[in-house]
Ligand binder design. Sequence first.
Ligand code: GLU
Length: 273
Amino acid sequence: MRAKIYRVMVSALVLTGVAMFSCQKAGGLSKGTLDKVKARGKLLAGVKFDFKPFGYLNETGVSEGFDVEVAQYLGQKLGVPVELVKVTSESRIPDLLAGKVDLVIASMTHNLTREAQIDFSTTYFQEGQSLLVRQGGGIKGVKDLDGKTVAAVRGATSGLKLLSFAPRARLLLYDEYPAALKALQRGMVDALTTDRSYCVAAAADNPDLEVAGPAFTVEPYGIGVRENDSRWRDAINLALMQMQLDGTYEKLFKKYFQQAPAFKIEVLPGAGI
Ligand code: GLU
């Protein structure tokens, strides 16, 4: 009798072990990104190198920008240094899915199409798409784009969205923003379309260019994370709330946009802060 109970117990333990092992293999008990980042002692943050004022290289080749500083703040809150990894509009989601980065802070609009592939943090910035044109070229807004060529960047929301506002425009896609900007300056396209802050910054840096018209879309930015990684997303959301509460968000906003914040990160009451 005793031997039988013993045998039953042993097989139960073996079965539990097998179940735990397969669960681990399937990802059920595998470590989430929060544990991985802490164990590695480093946060791999995907940021843009070509999109001023969010993520760009300054004159000395150093990464700067609003998104870059949000990444640094997250690292500080998590207690780990940050390695900035270059992503582009097109590579940011594949790079995240391939595990090359732990998160993506890269001027990325949170929308339903992307929601099908990845998860997003709470909105940390609100933007709108606009047009960058050559000074005196006669384009004042989307209504002037019939038969005109417009540059957009691959992987960005901007190209397709433009066509719904200016269906008779001809779209030319570029891999990165500097190439699209050069095409505009050299007269290969009539306009460049992307989020307004980029257009404002590019016009400030290039006196031959100007912003045409107000923003004509709404672009809520979120930090991209892999799906089903809720402890990681919670940790990021908590840090974003702290950023709002401790005044860092306002400081960064003023630094990069030369005005008081036009957006507030949502802080949940009783979020444990
Ligand atoms: N916010 C837009 C997007 O997520 C355009 C800016 C960008 O290319 O990152 O596609």
